[in-house]
Design a protein around this ligand. Sequence first.
Ligand code: ATP
Ligand code: LTN
Length: 335
Amino acid sequence: MIGDRKVLFSGMQATGNLTLGNYLGALQNWVNLSEEYECFYSVVDMHSITVRQDPAELRRRARALLTLYIAAGLDPEKCCIYYQSHVSGHAELAWILNCFTYMGELSRMTQFKDKSSKHADNINAGLFTYPVLMAADILLYQADVVPVGIDQMQHLELTRDIAQRFNAIYGDVFTVPEPYIGKVGAKIMSLQDPMKKMSKSDENPNASIYLMDDPDTIMRKFKRAVTDSEGSVAYDEEKQPGICNLIDIYCACTGNSRDETVAEFSGKGYGEFKTKVGESVVEKLRPLQEKVAELEKNKDFIDSVIKNNAEKAQYVSNKTLRKVQKKVGFPERIR
Ligand code: ATP
Ligand code: LTN
């Protein structure tokens, strides 16, 4: 708790350009949750270097992501929006928690297995201990809730295990966090393969709508979206996964229900439906894109958010860190 509010922590990696899936499934929920919780939203740049990055590109994307957090509606006066690498406690706590995490646990993580097969030439120790750094992110702020996608649930379970293990030895040091899985836009699928989720690291640019795509690009990608030969707009996950995905996107962008959408397009062709879905996405993203453009002109403002919020995060996280250091037996600091 901070004051009388529960604490929320979440983060995103600055690898690749954000997609409509990231926005509808994560960022938009974050904004709604920021009314209720004391929020820490980090750009987790330290996690990004588990895979080789071009330094200039990583820096550019990290700033673009931080800007997008604000453009999406997160108020940097109310939420703490900051770069993970600017707060030293993440690395310091991660080291300690490494000593409370088992090799067996880490080797069962599916993300590690996936990423090590994708990057077989660079299976580094950071990739292996990635979930421990994530646990440190969450536990440093004594987070009560963590909004994550289903793919991150295994890491969150591990975080809970580490916290409980530590607490069992040293008393109630860490809050044991609960996951929060949003309902709306929980899973937006690829436009080219509706069995795969839309992902910012997809190699096919037509599979994803990027948040900064211009209207023509968005309309073109929807026109090319994979559908089926049924020929009617209906919500049938087995037979029409592509159409279901387009219905979900349309609902998320217009606020209409599935039933309303199916009724609206009854008797109409896929071409017309795709055009309407595309237009709803263009309208949904327009204010976001305008806000990004406006913020990008205001370098001093973004710089001040970066500085002030890192200081706030450092202050809050230090409290947990000092307590943990004391518990494990590090010598007291002399003032
Ligand atoms: P990558 O391709 O680099 O693995 P990603 O696009 O899958 O990235 P993450 O960085 O893993 O995205 O996730 C950031 C947040 O966006 C998470 O909370 C995740 O659940 C959410 N998210 C990602 N893809 C989707 C999607 N297709 N639909 C809904 N939410 C999504
Ligand atoms: N692993 C997450 C990003 C992430 C995160 C976190 C999410 C890093 N630290 C702490 C929630 C809480 C991802 O790749 N989506």
